[in-house]
Design a protein around this ligand. Sequence first.
Ligand SMILES: NC(=O)c1ncn([C@@H]2O[C@H](COP(=O)(O)O)[C@@H](O)[C@H]2O)c1NC=O
Length: 204
Amino acid sequence: MYIGRFLVVGKTKDGKLFAAYRVSSRSFPNRVAKKINDNTVAIIPKDLNEIFKNPYITYNCIKVVNNTVIVTNGSHTDFIGEKLHFGKRDALAYVLTVMDYEKDDYKTPRIAAILDKNECYMGYVTHEDIRVKKVELKEGKGYYLGVYNSCKIDENQVIDIEGTTAEEIAEYILNYKEFEHPVACAVAVIDKDKVKIATKNKNE
Ligand SMILES: NC(=O)c1ncn([C@@H]2O[C@H](COP(=O)(O)O)[C@@H](O)[C@H]2O)c1NC=O
């Protein structure tokens, strides 16, 4: 099944909260997840000329602001980070409403999640729907939300989670076989009062 870009929020078997993002792509497979600093992961084309071909393929996919993790499939990551003072629900609702779905051939949805050690919200905007929801995370499980054929917040969109570190989870989700065309994965794990980030790219 091809679900395009997707995010996962969940809890490891040893109780740590995490957010993950995977690029799956038919059209732009030559990209990497690159750790920019301890708080930011970007999705970048290997050939920088690609940046000018499509406005939606280069962006920060994870940002950590004061131990709060934001994960998205586009440039709304930074905007949400700037609006966290609205509260998690309202930051998602505001930015998704203002930025709307992507104006490409597929009307690709924007997806997002915000997570800290206390709570998690997921959200999306499509050309016909918009939703933000608080979710309760369960040990050893991750809820996914993807851009194609899976753009909904639904308890049935759940996968088992293997691994307890950011590195292990990134490897696991990049290689998650059910979802086709893996390209790159980035993960942020909340471990006590620190957030640890890791990336894993195809053929790395
Ligand atoms: N965020 C991304 O990494 C991303 N990659 C591709 N897109 C958009 O989705 C369209 C379809 O891409 P694909 O065939 O790789 O699923 C692209 O033309 C582009 O407009 C993206 N936009 C949203 O997911």
